[in-house]
Design a protein around this ligand. Structure first.
Ligand code: NAD
Length: 291
């Protein structure tokens, strides 16, 4: 029988994941703190409930802004720790703080529940088409229990270790993406000053060793076309960078370039607002090249 799934957090990612799982034949109920999010998904045919009325389910799939929200949903009575049926599994697809995830995984296990961290990439489009990339932190038996759901949501899954490991790898990935946006913008700016069109410069980089997802996807899709509608905000990327820096600090490893990237994303007076598309971080760098 198909798993009963409760999706908590019906934003850009969670709303699309819920619709994808529902289309795939799972019994899905969605919940969000904000009535507007619930109404938007109800209008698309999803069964929705308030946070006070969560149903019994086999999987609670979380897609929330930060670890603070994840902790609240799990721990603040009556949270999932008290109300989720024994044996059900909490899957956190948010980009969360690995140290918090490890602590939550222990509390969840003590309450007789399963835990997976399963942060994702691919944006709202990947969530809407079931083609997300997924990093898995947790034990193999728990992954196997929810495998049909993971397969319906994602094109590629990588099991990277125990609880919290998925979130560590996600922070490493987003640190690199944030850095590549800055370095690729500087490369494009240098080319522009020298009279090389951005398209030509990117074609050259993409046939060489400087290429990345930023030069292959972000620049052609969102920057060059000035269509800043990726669905991922600058505020969420800033959160991920602060988490990466805090994680490195907790581990006691000095990472000078990470510090520089965090500063560049926060300190540039012309930097985009938290609510702007994250690709906009390149705009002041490109604008200064054409001044
Ligand atoms: P979002 O802000 O669009 O959605 C978050 C939703 O959670 C909102 O609808 C909000 O009302 C709801 N919420 C907040 N607190 C709640 C609570 N206590 N109970 C129930 N609902 C609550 O964010 P998003 O873009 O969907 O991102 C969600 C997570 O996925 C974040 O951790 C983000 O870093 C990560 N992520 C986002 C993307 C992307 O492209 N947007 C890509 C990969 C990972």
């Amino acid at each position: 029988m198909a798993l009963r799934i409760c999706v908590i957090g019906l934003g850009q990612m969670g709303g699309n994941m819920a619709l994808t799982l529902s289309r795939a034949g799972f019994a899905v109920t969605g919940s969000d703190l904000f009535p507007a999010a619930r109404e938007r998904l109800a209008a698309q045919g999803l069964e929705v409930v308030t946070p006070e009325a969560l149903p019994d389910a086999e999987v609670y799939l979380l897609s929330l802004p930060t670890s603070a929200h994840v902790s609240e949903v799990i721990e603040r009575a009556p949270g999932l720790l008290q109300r989720a049926p024994k044996g059900s599994v909490i899957v956190d697809t948010s980009t969360s703080d690995p140290a918090v995830s490890r602590a939550l995984a222990e509390k969840v296990a003590a309450a007789g529940l399963g835990w997976l961290d399963a942060p994702v990439s691919g944006g709202p489009k990947g969530a809407a088409t079931g083609t997300l990339g997924m990093l898995l932190g947790g034990d193999t038996a728990t992954i196997e229990r929810v495998a049909p759901m993971l397969e319906a949501m994602s094109a590629k899954r990588t099991h990277v270790g125990g609880p919290g490991s998925g979130h560590v790898v996600k922070l490493a990935n987003n640190y690199l993406c944030a850095a590549h946006l800055l370095t690729t913008a500087e490369a494009v700016a240098m080319g522009a000053r020298a009279g090389v069109e951005p398209e030509a410069l990117l074609a050259g980089i993409n046939s060489g060793s400087g290429r990345s997802a930023v030069s292959e996807v972000n620049f052609p899709t969102w920057v060059v076309n000035e269509r800043f509608d990726s669905g991922f905000t600058t505020g969420l990327m800033r959160k991920d960078l602060r988490l990466a820096r805090d994680t490195a600090a907790e581990l006691g490893i000095p990472l000078a370039l990470l510090e520089a990237v965090v500063a560049a994303w926060h300190a540039d007076p012309d930097a985009p607002a938290d609510s702007d598309d994250f690709n906009h971080i390149v705009s002041p760098i490109l604008a200064r090249a054409t001044d």
